[in-house]
Ligand binder design. Structure first.
Ligand SMILES: [Zn+2]
Length: 217
């Protein structure tokens, strides 16, 4: 596992829990009490991605935690995904339907990383656009499977014409710089045709398939 995915948290937050289809514990932690939406949504998306990638979720448990004043929107630490509270907690009385879709999209995006990004990882940061672009594409499939009435589509066509962006990145500041809209949208831009879409989805799935058949278990 690459080091940026490691995470340990000591807290007295409350949690709700369920099991995945493969009977692994799935928990959602929050300071003021977690809600059931992100739990139901999360386990549904995880089960769906297991089928979609044809690779079982590899860790013995999955936790998601809402952290007050978390600096990023969310971070795909492996098995312990961290979120800004507004991206994980949905309040039936105080939140809008947009908030609900936003929670669903962020949760699906981070869970997609459990496979693509974490299980198979890019060699270096200059290909970050592939990691984030693919997760941004796959999140729509996860959300659409959970809630068909939202008509989320497949996320294609969101991106306008974006310039190519690839350069050597070595300093931490240079790496932080590339976590921008272009990195997240570039794959979607490239999936302009059905043929390209199939190719882009096939390549990461193939990578996961080969991983699952290597002698490492
Ligand atoms: Zn991401």
């Amino acid at each position: 596992m690459v080091t940026y995915l490691a995470c340990f948290i000591v807290c007295d937050f409350q949690y709700v829990e369920t099991n995945t289809k493969a009977v692994k514990p799935f928990r959602v932690y929050a300071h003021a009490g977690p809600d059931q939406l992100s739990l139901a949504l999360g386990v549904d998306v995880l089960n769906y991605f297991e089928e979609y990638f044809k690779v079982e979720y590899p860790l013995p448990k999955q936790d998601m935690i809402a952290i007050p004043d978390f600096i990023s929107g969310a971070m795909e630490h492996w098995g312990l995904i961290t979120y800004r509270e507004t991206n994980l907690l949905y309040d039936d009385l105080g939140s809008s339907s947009y908030n609900k879709q936003r929670v669903a999209a962020v949760v699906a995006h981070e869970l997609a990383h459990m496979w693509f990004g974490n299980l198979v990882t890019l060699e270096w940061w200059d290909d970050l656009w592939l990691n984030e672009g693919f997760a941004s594409y796959i999140e729509y499939k996860g959300v659409a499977n959970y809630e068909k009435d939202w008509d989320m589509g497949d996320g294609l066509g969101r991106a306008a014409h974006l310039p190519p962006k690839r350069a050597a990145r070595n300093h931490p500041d240079e790496i932080t710089e590339i976590f921008d809209t272009i990195s997240y949208s570039k794959v979607e831009e490239r999936m302009e045709t059905e043929r390209l879409t199939k190719l882009w989805v096939f390549a990461p799935k193939r990578e996961l398939f080969e991983w699952s058949h290597r002698d490492h278990k």
